[in-house]
Write a protein that binds this ligand. Structure first.
Ligand SMILES: Nc1ncnc2c1ncn2[C@@H]1O[C@H](COP(=O)(O)OP(=O)(O)OP(=O)(O)O)[C@@H](O)[C@H]1O
Length: 613
């Protein structure tokens, strides 16, 4: 069944500031509107039956206090006669009304149960949708977004802040049910005594207005609380990820202070919120009790003594008022709690918002294979708008050839190589693959043909099989073993306690640097790429394995296009073209021997390396 809100209702909803401010969150309801509507419907039914039981209660008390009096009549003849038993004896009426009270109470309890179940389910769905929405957002943002955002902050948004919004939904639903029931109470009270109801309504409204001011303050301080949470998660994530560096550098005390400070900040900002938020309920309670006592005195001294109100009606009125007060307190308390969530909502909305974010724009042309060359034409690139890292790069990388990038640390070699699989877009200039702008290619079809073996290969916390086959799920065990063998990784894998089934731990902590790199090479070998980017691929290996891997890479490179970045010149001596970069500019390019004869930059590096070793 497909639920849809009626158009006018939907338009009305969209005109509210609640919708406009929280559109990015509320739009998720459309994915589980059936559940959300059921939650609302059951809440309405529960509230209605609360009112119905009050009606029956009045009849019940009347039957008790003045059995001979005319019973309460609804005006619906069949109902008054057959259901309430208006024409039967007082005791009969008492039985009937008692039965009706029980029935309506059970029904109310049942509806309450379903309203709670569907509210919880809606809440679960909201959390689920928001997490997935953020995942989609993170997947579609360009990599540069992650260079400028702390990962801990993102983790905080996905976990803590979404959890708080989820709680916010159930509080919102609670507010709605409480609101509806309060309305039903108000109507019942109004029917019993409009004078007393008007006075109570006026006093409670004044109370509500007074408390709004406090809620605004809670809202303000909630932003500080969210910032403190985000900062704390970032600090904790950095501390755990960098634990080896902390031990190596002996900075435990420094980290302790940083961690404690971040944790203290959560305490201080939250304390501020707690003090303001929790004061709401006691204030509401005190004022409400004063109102109640005042009303009892007023009712007795005027309305009952002059006969305007029956004792049964008065008792029912106070019974309802008595139940009404905690509801009003709940409403105020929940409103205050909801105010504490503005910071969280803001945080999630900021991440989901699409303006001022750099999105990855996918192309449509399917990349099948490299036919001629990759051409960079006057390419400039900067990670931010202020500082260019690459300047005016014009370069041809020919199919089937090995192009080596050489230069000092920070010269821009990795950055240049990252432009080919389009990890980043050129800030200016063009990158063509076979004369087609790289931006026009469907990115996954291009990246499937490229393998990158980089300095910081990520090893997943799963077994060796899956780590090598990452990106090639269709690979057979034989193929995986063959790739491991070619990458010179088979031996150490088989020496591990469970061989290929060994779990590699978070980020591959159970592997040495060289082993990690060999897993990465095996991963690349398995993908059998057309274009191979080797970024310092052999730097973490001992000389024996380096030679073995060098051989396997040479075999693999036959007929493939290789872009190799290596500090050790021995690994690139056979390159078809060597490109020397300095401060993001190409200063030399040509064959290794030709460049040596020029006695320029490569010659300097060459001498430095071979004279030192
Ligand atoms: N994600 C990033 N965000 C901002 N700046 C970056 C980023 N990555 C690198 N840089 C900067 O870009 C410049 C070039 O870095 P790159 O990693 O390309 O140099 P490299 O020649 O590969 O160095 P190395 O040989 O040390 O790996 C450096 O100044 C570096 O600080």
């Amino acid at each position: 069944m497909h639920f849809q809100l009626p158009q006018p209702l939907s338009n009305l909803l969209k005109a509210t500031s609640l919708w406009q401010e929280n559109y990015l969150i509320l739009r998720e309801f459309k994915h589980f509107r059936k559940i959300a509507i059921l939650a609302v419907v059951f809440s309405i039914l529960a509230a209605t039956f609360e009112g119905v039981s009050i009606g029956f209660l009045l009849s019940f008390l009347q039957s008790l206090t003045s059995p001979s009096a005319q019973p309460v009549q609804t005006g619906i003849e069949w109902f008054d006669i057959w259901i309430l038993g208006a024409k039967t004896s007082a005791i009969n009426r008492l039985y009937r009304v008692s039965l009706l009270i029980l029935l309506s109470t059970w029904l109310r309890a049942t509806f309450n149960y379903f309203s709670q179940v569907y509210t919880e389910l809606s809440q679960l769905n909201l959390g689920d949708r928001l997490r997935k929405q953020i995942f989609e957002q993170l997947q579609s943002l360009s990599l540069s977004y992650f260079s400028t955002t702390r990962s801990g902050e993102l983790i905080n948004t996905i976990t803590t802040e979404i959890e708080r919004i989820r709680q916010g939904f159930s509080s919102g639903a609670f507010l709605m049910t409480r609101g509806l029931t309060t309305l039903v109470y108000l109507i019942s009270m109004f029917l019993i005594s409009w004078q007393l109801t008007l006075i109570s309504a006026l006093l409670f409204t004044l109370l509500g207005v007074g408390l709004s001011n406090l809620n605004a303050r809670v809202r303000e301080s909630s932003f500080g609380m969210t910032t403190a949470n985000a900062n704390f998660t970032s600090t904790a994530v950095e501390f755990i990820n960098g634990i080896r560096t902390v031990h190596t550098c002996g900075t435990q005390e420094f980290e302790r202070q940083r961690f404690y400070k971040a944790s203290d900040k959560i305490v201080s900002t939250t304390t501020k919120v707690v003090f303001t938020w929790t004061i709401v309920k006691p204030i509401a309670e005190g004022v409400a009790t004063t109102v109640l006592v005042g009303m009892i005195i007023l009712a007795f001294t005027s309305l009952v003594t002059n006969g305007t109100l029956q004792v049964a009606s008065l008792l029912t009125f106070f019974f309802v008022l008595f139940r009404f007060i905690p509801f009003v307190q709940d409403i105020n308390g929940t409103r205050a709690f909801l105010s504490t969530l503005h910071g969280s909502a803001d945080n999630v909305k900021k991440l989901l918002k699409s303006d001022e974010k750099d999105y990855f724009q996918n192309g449509t042309i399917k990349f099948n294979s490299l036919k001629r060359s990759i051409n960079l034409v006057s390419v400039d690139f900067g990670y931010d708008n202020q500082n260019l890292v690459l300047h005016n790069i014009t370069l041809t990388i020919e199919k089937g050839k090995m192009t080596a990038l050489v230069g000092a640390s920070g010269a821009g070699k990795t950055t240049l190589a990252d432009l080919i699989p389009r990890f980043y877009n050129a800030t200016d200039g063009y990158l063509y693959i076979d004369e087609i702008d790289v931006r026009q290619f469907e990115i996954n079809s291009l990246r499937r043909k490229i393998a990158v073996v980089s300095q910081d290969t990520f090893i997943f916390n799963t077994d060796v099989w899956q780590n090598i086959a990452y990106g090639t799920p269709e690979a057979t065990n034989e193929e995986i073993q063959e790739a491991a063998k070619l990458a010179n990784a088979l031996e150490f894998i088989l020496e591990m306690p469970e061989g290929f089934n060994t779990q590699l731990g978070d980020r591959g902590v159970r592997l040495s640097g060289g082993q990690r790199q060999r897993i990465a090479i095996a991963r690349a070998l398995l993908r059998n790429p057309e274009i191979l980017i080797l970024d310092e691929a052999t730097s973490a290996l001992d000389s024996v394995s380096e030679r073995l891997i060098q051989d396997s890479l040479e075999r693999l490179s036959v007929g493939k296009t290789v872009i190799a970045i290596a500090h050790r010149l021995s690994t690139i001596a056979k390159a078809d073209k060597v490109v020397v970069l300095e401060h993001g500019r190409i200063v030399e390019q040509g064959k290794y021997q030709e460049l040596l004869e020029l006695k320029g930059k490569l010659w300097e590096y060459h001498n430095m390396q071979y004279n030192n070793s």
